[in-house]
Design a protein around this ligand. Sequence first.
Ligand code: SF4
Ligand code: SF4
Length: 168
Amino acid sequence: MVLDFEFRKQVMDHHISSDLIKYCYQCSRCTDNCPVSAVSIDFYTTSGYNPRANILNALLGYKDAIFSADPLAIWGCTVCDTCDEVCPQNIELTEIFTFLKNKSTEMGKAPEFIYGQAKAIFENGKAIPSQPAIERRRQQLGLPEIPSPDVNIVQSLIKNIGADKKLK
Ligand code: SF4
Ligand code: SF4
């Protein structure tokens, strides 16, 4: 594994509680309480989603270990925040995981469905476009029409951060 100092610095700079992440002592309480780990980790091969390992690799700057792995290694996190709650060192793990997800998207390594969902937002202004069947059902239930988002504003925002280029 290659140690990437620049990546390590980015992790440390990104973390709002950067003083805390370096105090991770690998107790594994995050992984033990993670609902995704509970259903995905194979304890014989240690494959599956493992927040403890992600924190260790991020902290040590092992970029390759994070991004050359199965995309589930990062994207498995559902941001339920349980790990943030149970970490004895008060590390905001989900903040690091969001950074890793953004990085993986930038590198074109995110799962296909992430780009698909971002494309739907770019084209429709929302992740789940309106569908006639849903609109008819709302009418039957006497619910008000859902206002249409201003797609131009959404597209400008996405273009301003350069994310539109990643959707091509
Ligand atoms: S619970 Fe906190 S201290 Fe323990 S391994 Fe996870 S991040 Fe590190
Ligand atoms: S926020 Fe992510 S890593 Fe943390 S417990 Fe929930 S699913 Fe697991």
